[in-house]
Design a protein around this ligand. Structure first.
Ligand SMILES: [Ca+2]
Ligand SMILES: [Ca+2]
Length: 243
């Protein structure tokens, strides 16, 4: 696997000569998130399965991404976006986010934090920069204030009869929050940033992976740093992949 990745990302053009007069060249880049379910396009309000086969219908799936860093094939950081906060929303028409100016080169890996570092997690959303000012993603107002790193809501087949129309079919609400639940991941990509060009780094979020081992019928409601929410955050590390 490492050999294949290495070959796929092998630089074909010679490196520009390095001398005292070399001017740093730049392009721009975006991150574009798309949602899938076991590899197929995910459609909100469609019926899917949780990790143990219960039918579910998701109507809210949102999470924060922060501490973005682009890394080259030599595992050297090209640029970091320490003050960029993204709210990825599966209900949105589009989840493309312009990062800004980036140095030219080959992006081989992307590091992201899923959630927020403690230094931002206790910011008052009223005074926080967008999208942290989204009160929908704020868990508690009493000190210490905290954000929902991942918000997953919908309906689960509570009586296991294959539909979602019974009184026993309940709403599930998962607010993954608290400093302990922040996660980091590093995913592969293969994107060239050329001088003056704009490059889009594609990111996939797979619901099937997010649901691995998750039983929304047994534990429909979990808020904060609950173990069941820890499972979701751990799964998110694997659910987020590049191309
Ligand atoms: Ca049912
Ligand atoms: Ca029924």
């Amino acid at each position: 696997m490492w050999v294949i990745v290495g070959v796929a990302c092998k630089r074909e053009d010679p490196l520009p000569p390095k001398d005292m007069n070399t001017v740093v060249s730049n392009g721009t880049a975006s991150l574009r998130f798309t949602f899938t379910n076991n590899g197929s396009p995910m459609v909100m309000d469609s019926v899917y399965s949780d990790g143990v086969g219960n039918l579910i219908r998701i109507d809210k799936l949102k999470f924060f991404i922060s501490d973005i860093e682009l890394i080259d094939a030599d595992h050297v950081g090209m640029i970091g976006f320490e003050e960029t906060y993204l709210l990825i929303d599966a209900s949105a028409q589009d989840n493309t986010f312009v990062l800004g100016t980036v140095p030219t080169g080959h992006v081989h890996q992307v590091h992201v934090m899923i959630g927020l570092a403690p230094s931002m997690n206790h910011t008052d959303p009223l005074y926080a920069p967008a999208p942290l000012n989204s009160t929908d993603m704020h868990w508690r107002d009493d000190p210490p204030a905290q954000f929902k790193f991942l918000n997953l809501e919908g309906r689960v087949d509570g009586n296991a009869d294959g539909d979602l129309d019974d009184p026993e079919d309940v709403r599930f609400i998962r607010y993954c929050a608290t400093d302990e639940l922040v996660r980091e991941t590093l995913f592969h990509t293969s994107v060239d940033i050329a001088e003056g060009d704009h490059a889009t780094i594609e990111v996939d979020v797979d619901l099937g992976v997010l649901m691995q081992g998750v039983d929304l019928r047994t534990t429909p409601v979990a808020v904060g740093g609950d173990t069941a929410n820890g499972t979701l955050m751990n799964n998110m590390i694997l659910a987020i992949t590049g191309e």
